[in-house]
Write a protein that binds this ligand. Structure first.
Ligand SMILES: [Zn+2]
Length: 279
């Protein structure tokens, strides 16, 4: 199902709040009513958000044939060209989790979470959907690199840090493994971050590695799906378009170049029931 209406990463937090009945002040992002109605129809009780680092809209279209699970989720659920408000990871993930633009939440580096918290005026805008969830009695967990997890320690039910690894596929596999543990604990709201495409974008020069990373991410999502309860809504989104673009846009079309410059990322949303029931 393709949807043309304007969707932004900052819409994810208020949409999840609406679906899981989490109390939070209305942020700048808007509730996506199509997703909210869809969640209601599918009796959604739990949400998992998989942030796929560097999964731009054009990149996803390019890799789609190597990502059968994501492609299946996109065809059975929703697939959006989604606007990202930042070209780097930390402010973008902060926007996904807070529902505010970087100019509002002011989180450009992980340490800013702690600095910005001390300013009363902007502190509400730094508070993530996981914290609002935790405060509303909804078990909320984050599985992310160690520094990011440390900043969230004590603020949510479980902030799980993954130590950095030379082997980024190992890092993602560990993230998946610990996310499955959270799923099995019955956690209502889970957010995790898979990093392999981004790492290869920086360090490699060959599409073979980007495709390898894409396939590995698809396998990780497939493994998560095996453990998810029915009535779970899965969000899969990029945080920004690909870094070191000069290497990757050499043979790109004009449309792909435009989408890159506009910083459009892929957003796929599907309920586990829809994923399992229709073939
Ligand atoms: Zn990133």
């Amino acid at each position: 199902m393709n949807s043309e209406f304007d969707v932004e990463l900052i819409d994810i937090a208020p949409t999840i709040a609406n679906i899981l009945k989490i109390t939070m002040p209305e942020p700048t992002g808007k509730i996506n009513s199509a997703l909210s109605n869809y969640a209601q129809k599918n009796k959604v009780k739990k949400v998992i958000v998989v942030i796929v680092d560097s999964l731009g809209y054009s990149l996803y279209n390019h890799l789609e044939h190597n990502m059968p699970t994501l492609s299946c989720l996109a065809s059975k659920g929703f697939f959006y060209k989604c606007k990202s408000p930042a070209t780097t990871t930390t402010p973008s993930i902060a926007s996904i989790l807070t529902g505010y633009y970087p100019s509002e939440h002011q989180i450009n580096f992980t340490k800013d979470i702690i600095i910005e918290r001390k300013k009363t005026l902007s502190s509400l805008k730094t508070k993530s959907i996981l914290e609002w969830g935790h405060q509303s009695g909804i078990a909320s967990s984050l599985i992310i690199e160690a520094e990011g997890a440390k900043a969230m320690e004590g603020l949510i039910d479980n902030a799980i840090g993954i130590p950095d690894s030379k082997d980024i596929l190992e890092f993602d596999a560990m993230t998946k493994k610990l996310s499955i543990k959270e799923i099995l604990r019955g956690t209502t709201l889970i957010v995790l971050h898979l990093r392999s495409i981004d790492r290869y974008a920086h360090r490699s020069n060959t599409w073979i590695d980007i495709i390898k990373a894409g396939k590995s991410i698809d396998t990780n999502v497939h493994d998560l799906l095996k453990h998810l309860d029915s009535n779970t809504l899965i969000f899969i989104c990029g945080d920004h378009t690909i870094h070191s673009a000069e290497k990757w846009l050499i043979n790109a079309t004009e449309d792909e170049k435009t989408s890159h410059i506009q910083n459009n990322v892929a957003l796929i949303v599907c309920s586990t029931d829809e994923f399992l029931n229709k073939g």
